[in-house]
Design a protein around this ligand. Structure first.
Ligand code: XMP
Length: 368
């Protein structure tokens, strides 16, 4: 993308938002620290000035110390107000198990909180970092993206929405962010889903599991940073095997938990499979082809295991341009084994560590 395009795009967005000046009383801009919401807030502030209040809501599903880190990184660009609602979010969602139910509960909670903050400030508008891919995936029925607002939700909460980036693809958002002066740290940061660690605490949500995901996220992010991967993260589910197969050709376990996939633009929902040992005559990165993707959307290979502990840790690394299709990050097996050993040394409750070898499609990038 050339600089001229970006100047044109930026001016067009500012022009469009400035036209709302008389209509907008004031607007809450929810900044998560991701590139989309941050870029939206900055460009909205350029167009609407003091009428825009940038806020960071701690949902309890953010990475460790995220609010403080983001506030610091944005000093001089945005004066972020941090609102801590972690306890309220976690106690509302605790005990829920179904992926879509968890996403919907998160979204409802999120907009209830946004509405409360907006009311406190007397604002009837909200700035959202929705981008084109979010809309495409939600309209396609793949999953409920928490930041895509349907008319029903807008009516329910009663606010009006400003979506500066709705016509842009991710690479255009990156170019725009650069043009607006966002720090490189933030521009190059891997995307983090709106519902955050909630959708990486796979299956039933409870606190011990969530805190395990939070600690592992720190470890995995440090381990794979600056390696050029698009996204790299851990997810956790219970060690609860519903089918166990041992054979000379292929040994694997099917887990009870349900995870998401995508086929022909439609969402699938099935069990993850972890292959044990080295399957005969199949490259580990092709082993997913041996399984029916509709039933088993994510295929992983075991990189560490022992006989005690109640959790499975899935390590997911992808390379992608647009996040609609993605390749698996190819990491050497020795390094993966070293990571698994570290995880098991630090976390006594972890029983199995596995590496996801499924591209998107048939898997989704996340597990829920
Ligand atoms: P999936 O799992 O659908 O993920 O292949 C595609 C990309 O979208 C991110 N993602 C989300 N981002 N709100 C977001 O802002 C969400 O609800 C959400 N769900 C998935 C995911 O991390 C990946 O980058």
């Amino acid at each position: 993308m050339s600089g001229i395009d970006i100047v044109f795009i930026a001016n067009k967005i500012i022009e469009k938002l400035s036209a709302l000046r008389t209509e907008v009383d004031c607007a809450i801009a929810c900044v998560s620290g991701g590139i989309d919401s941050t870029t939206s807030a900055i460009i909205a502030k350029k167009a609407l000035g003091e009428k825009v209040y940038p806020i960071f809501i701690d949902t309890g599903f953010m990475r460790m110390n995220e609010g403080i880190k983001v506030k610091k990184a944005l000093e001089g660009l945005l004066d972020l107000e941090i609102h801590d609602y972690a306890e309220q979010f976690i106690s509302r969602i605790e005990g829920l198990e179904d992926a879509e139910e968890k996403r919907i509960a998160f979204r409802e909670m999120f907009y209830t909180v946004v509405k409360k903050i907006a009311d406190e400030k007397g604002c009837s508008w909200v700035v959202q970092g929705t981008i084109k891919a979010d809309v495409i995936e939600t309209v396609g029925g793949i999953k409920t993206q928490h930041n895509v607002l349907t008319n029903a939700i807008l009516q329910k909460y009663g606010f009006k929405v400003i979506e500066p980036l709705i016509d842009l693809y991710k690479n255009e958002v990156r170019a725009l962010a650069k043009y607006l002066g966002l720090p490189n740290w933030l521009i190059e940061r891997q995307p983090f889903p709106g519902p955050g660690l909630l959708i990486r605490t796979v299956g039933k949500l409870y606190r011990e599991k969530l805190e395990l995901v939070r600690r592992l996220t720190d470890l995995v992010e440090q381990w794979f940073s600056e390696r050029g991967f698009s996204q790299y993260f851990p997810a956790v589910w219970e060690y609860d095997v519903i089918e166990h197969r041992d054979s000379k050709e292929l040994s694997y376990d099917v887990y009870k938990v349900m995870v998401t996939g995508v086929l022909e633009g439609k969402r699938t929902y099935g069990h993850p499979v972890i292959v044990r040992g080295s399957p005969i005559s199949v490259d580990l990165y092709n082993v997913y082809k041996l399984f029916e993707p509709k039933l088993y959307p994510h295929i992983l290979i075991e990189i560490g295991g022992r006989d005690r502990g109640g959790y499975v840790v899935a390590i997911r690394i992808v390379k992608t341009e647009n996040f609609i299709v993605a390749d698996v990050g190819r990491v050497g097996i020795d390094e993966l084994k070293k990571l698994a050993e570290t995880v098991m040394r630090l976390e006594p409750e972890v029983r199995v560590v596995a590496y996801d070898v499924t591209p998107k499609p048939p898997a989704t990038i996340e597990y829920e």
